[in-house]
Design a protein around this ligand. Structure first.
Ligand SMILES: [Zn+2]
Length: 143
């Protein structure tokens, strides 16, 4: 378990997690260049594939966190939803609290969502016993 201390291990861990998360956060909008934006790469199938990939292949860990973060910010940061069940359905899911990117509240919403995501990550890292996570993975047949 990472205990931030400012040593080399801490910075190596930050780099090991940050790079794949940032890359994962950029992946969904590739569908602006091909396919259908907010459908082709903005759905639960894509999230499931990137979440399962490291379990099976042993690499690309943490990419799913970036993809999930992108989905959350897209849902909360616009009035348009995401086709989470695409390709089964074109219906776009959204929350009524979303604000458009040109809203004066857009930066505040992004900062609030990021704070909640970081708090969630901290709870997972510091409060959820690793044995419980391991038991959950084993119960799901993933470890
Ligand atoms: Zn997007």
């Amino acid at each position: 378990m990472l205990e931030p201390s400012g040593d080399v291990v801490t910075f190596e861990t930050i780099a090991a997690v940050t790079v794949p998360v940032v890359l994962g956060a950029m992946v969904p909008d590739i569908d602006t260049a091909f396919g259908r934006h907010r459908k082709t790469l903005h759905n639960l199938l894509v999230l499931g594939v990137v979440a399962a990939y490291p379990v099976y292949f042993g690499n690309l860990q943490y990419v799913w966190i970036g993809v999930l973060s992108h989905f959350v910010l897209d849902i909360l940061g616009s009035r348009r939803g995401l086709a989470l069940l695409y390709p089964l359905s074109d219906n776009e899911f959204n929350l009524p609290v979303g604000v458009p990117v040109d809203s004066k509240y857009a930066d505040a919403v992004m900062a609030a969502v990021t704070a909640v995501e970081l708090a969630t990550a901290a709870v997972i890292v510091y409060r959820v016993p690793q044995s419980a996570l391991q038991a959950g993975l084993q119960a799901a047949g993933l470890a």
